[in-house]
Design a protein around this ligand. Structure first.
Ligand SMILES: Nc1ncnc2c1ncn2[C@@H]1O[C@H](COP(=O)(O)OP(=O)(O)OP(=O)(O)O)[C@@H](O)[C@H]1O
Ligand SMILES: [Mg+2]
Length: 353
């Protein structure tokens, strides 16, 4: 990616015809950002599927109502947002083609499903070879899986659609989306479903990036085990009413959620500390850096304060200025990937001239 100019803002690209797209391929959602005149437009699909018994008649009904599906051997899989609707109707869980941020090794239908989902959010390229940046997780510190295989497969899907795909680290994308005012120097952290991703960047160049394979899903599972509830019920309470600033009068599930949120934040900060200490050539930072928090797991009320409190206790070996939530926590990865794509497309245009 071209290094963005000092002080460049997304807004500074206003008025230009901007090609390029940014795609966030997350464990729970696949999202695409593109620009229509001055507005960033997002398309999103739930990264899920649900298999149903089918007849020619069912297929006809699904075709007429525009439901996305694939047929493999004798199975019909409903894909994307509608998978959740069907699962709710049958009182069952959806399945996911991604696990912990990468193509799931245990779901054999994962590949065609993720291909269909990507296609449905990115659509046709504006021109052959339009640049699309897609998000990938950093190498996990605490799990073994193959990020390279995932990257190559997604690249292949996007190339087949006529794009020129490039991978961008998920947390680096947050830096590009949120830290323009600070010359893209600072830290982006994404608290997603399957993982937490961290990137420390200096003038838009990543100093380090990593992920841990614990995040929202892990919280749901731990709390479910501790309270003898189902993970779906825990998740639904967490998403609808959790307030991490609330003190006293907590239900059993709320108390457990609070404990596991603490544990997750401490775990992430300890790992950041470790990485900073281990990084040999840390650039000289002339002022305290900002940290931007993003992702679905960072959404509950009080999350940012909880993070700040734990950071105050554990302390990092570099000066930290502000800790803030990203402006659109569920969209900043796609938006950051779009910033990278727009910058590359503008550079290509200059080279052609
Ligand atoms: N309002 C909310 N409060 C708490 N948690 C939420 C809320 N909304 C979503 N989540 C949780 O956020 C997680 C999904 O976050 P996000 O959409 O950022 O993930 P993703 O990008 O698809 O996954 P990943 O980055 O791990 O691959 C899930 O664990 C979900 O339960
Ligand atoms: Mg994510």
């Amino acid at each position: 990616m071209t290094k963005p100019k000092k002080g460049m803002k997304i807004e500074s690209l206003k008025g230009q015809i901007q090609k390029g797209k940014g795609v966030d391929i997350g464990t729970m959602f696949v999202k695409c950002a593109h620009k229509e005149s001055d507005d960033v437009v997002f398309k999103s699909q739930r990264n899920a599927f649900f298999d149903i018994e089918h007849t020619d008649f069912t297929k006809k009904i699904l075709d007429n109502s525009g439901v996305r599906y694939i047929i493999k051997e004798n199975n019909l899989y409903i894909v994307g947002d509608e998978a959740l609707e069907f699962a709710n109707m049958f009182n069952k869980e959806t399945r996911r083609p991604l696990s912990k941020g990468v193509i799931s090794p245990s779901e054999k239908e994962a590949l065609p499903i993720i291909e269909l989902l990507i296609k449905s959010v990115v659509g046709e390229p504006a021109h052959k070879g339009e640049i699309v940046y897609f998000s990938v997780p950093g190498e996990p510190l605490d799990a073994e899986f193959n990020v390279l295989y995932h990257i190559k497969m997604v690249e292949g899907f996007l190339k087949t659609l006529g794009y020129a795909p490039k991978a961008i680290n998920e947390a680096h994308a947050i830096v590009l989306s949120e830290l323009a005012e600070e010359d893209f120097t600072g830290m982006g952290i994404s608290f997603g479903g399957g993982m937490v991703n961290v990137c420390l960047s200096f003038m838009s160049v990543p100093i380090f990036k990593f992920s841990v394979a614990k995040s929202g899903d892990w919280i749901d599972q731990q709390v479910a085990m501790a309270t003898d509830e189902t993970a779906s019920r825990v998740s639904s309470i967490k998403e609808s009413s959790l307030d991490l600033g609330k003190e006293g009068d907590l239900s059993k599930i709320e108390s457990a959620l609070s404990i596991y949120y603490n544990h997750l934040i401490e775990y992430v900060i300890e790992n950041i500390k470790e990485r900073i200490t281990r990084t040999k050539k840390l650039p000289r930072l002339t002022k305290p850096i900002s940290i931007f928090l993003s992702g679905g797991t960072a959404l509950p009320k009080g999350f940012c304060n909880r993070f700040k409190q734990i950071l105050d206790q554990l302390k990092l070996p570099i000066p930290i200025g502000s800790v803030r939530m990203a402006s659109q926590p569920l969209r900043s990865v796609a938006k950051g990937a779009l910033v990278a794509a727009n910058a590359d497309e503008s550079r290509c245009k200059l080279l052609v001239k």
